[in-house]
Design a protein around this ligand. Structure first.
Ligand code: FES
Length: 83
């Protein structure tokens, strides 16, 4: 099970956390991996100046924008899946 969490604290919210959440959500639906991915919002990760902060399993990824979501999803989620 892969875990993806997107920070929805106020600083990340201002940096576009909602767009990042939506983009991940669309990809989970498109690739039908929702049953194998635990996806959630999380409160402040203490990296507010580096938002949007995304955590995939134990890896923290900073400065995530909607435009970067597909590449991150491909590298960190799809590569480990047998599709
Ligand atoms: S609000 Fe996202 S790291 Fe603080």
């Amino acid at each position: 099970m892969t875990t993806i969490s997107v920070c929805v604290g106020s600083a990340c919210h201002l940096h576009g956390a909602h767009d990042v959440l939506s983009a991940f959500s669309l990809l989970l639906e498109k690739y039908k991996v929702g049953g194998r991915v635990d996806f959630a919002g999380e409160f402040c990760q203490g990296r507010c100046t580096d938002g949007v902060v995304v955590k995939i399993n134990d890896e923290i990824i900073t400065r995530v924008s909607r435009e970067k979501v597909y590449a991150i999803f491909h590298d960190k989620v799809l590569k480990g899946e047998k599709l």
